[in-house]
Design a protein around this ligand. Sequence first.
Ligand SMILES: Nc1ncnc2c1ncn2[C@@H]1O[C@H](COP(=O)(O)OP(=O)(O)O)[C@@H](O)[C@H]1O
Ligand SMILES: [Mg+2]
Length: 276
Amino acid sequence: MSALPASSAPPGPSNAPIQRAAASLALADVDFRHPGGRAVFRGLHLAAAPGEFLVLLGPSGCGKSTLLNLLAGFLAPDSGSVAVNGHAARPEMPELGYVFQQPQLFPWLSALDNVQFGLKTAGRLAPAAQRAKALDFLRLVGLEDAAALWPHQLSGGMRQRVALARALAPEPALLLADEPFAALDAISRRRMNEELLRLWAALGQTVVFVTHDIEEAIFLADRIVVLGRAPAGIAAEFRVDLPRPRQLLETSRHPRFLALRDQLLECIAHVTESLA
Ligand SMILES: Nc1ncnc2c1ncn2[C@@H]1O[C@H](COP(=O)(O)OP(=O)(O)O)[C@@H](O)[C@H]1O
Ligand SMILES: [Mg+2]
């Protein structure tokens, strides 16, 4: 997998300019249970500022995916409110980009066509401009040479980069990512983390990123929200005051990184103890 060259510029003014829009998020007093299931959230409050990189961390089953699906408007709260930019969340909102754990690419479309698909459905650009912009975003994730390849010809990491390019090309004000790199090997995952931060620095959207990996959480986040056993909701919050831009080796050796890792290990141990 080739790393994104440090000199890569974000898509330039030749196409639609980057808007650098970022969404605010607010969940207030949210109750939710899946039909026939137990309560996942009771009275949950959570907010994110425009441009914030928020990481949700917690053990399996604590409600991370449910929370993302509420933010995306795929699920509606039983009571309380979920607002994106002050309006009730709904799946067709133009602000939204979503990356899933398994890259959901269309197998019958090339890498480039997969990225262009998101722009077609957004419907704001003429086809030639869509194509140019799709190529810009493939370049941004280091895959311009793979534009004509089919998903089955790509490695897992490359597929996830295409999925990321597809989600980012319409310049979402809010990027929701549900353990997007969990299926990758440790080295590819670290590289993708670094690249995601580079893209985020260029594009400036609000991000809610789900993981159960403590080091990934610290490396990426402005703020980490740890979820406890459902329906406990938020068990703890950590502000990650590490300098940016972050680099793999340098950041993971930083004394604050190591201190945060200890605190989070302890916190997660408590949370999982209460799960037993
Ligand atoms: N579609 C569903 N129907 C019923 N229960 C569900 C459904 N999806 C998730 N759950 C339950 O809701 C809880 C939270 O699940 P989920 O949000 O997927 O957790 P996480 O992503 O943190 O692993 C779990 O107890 C899970 O079993
Ligand atoms: Mg999940």
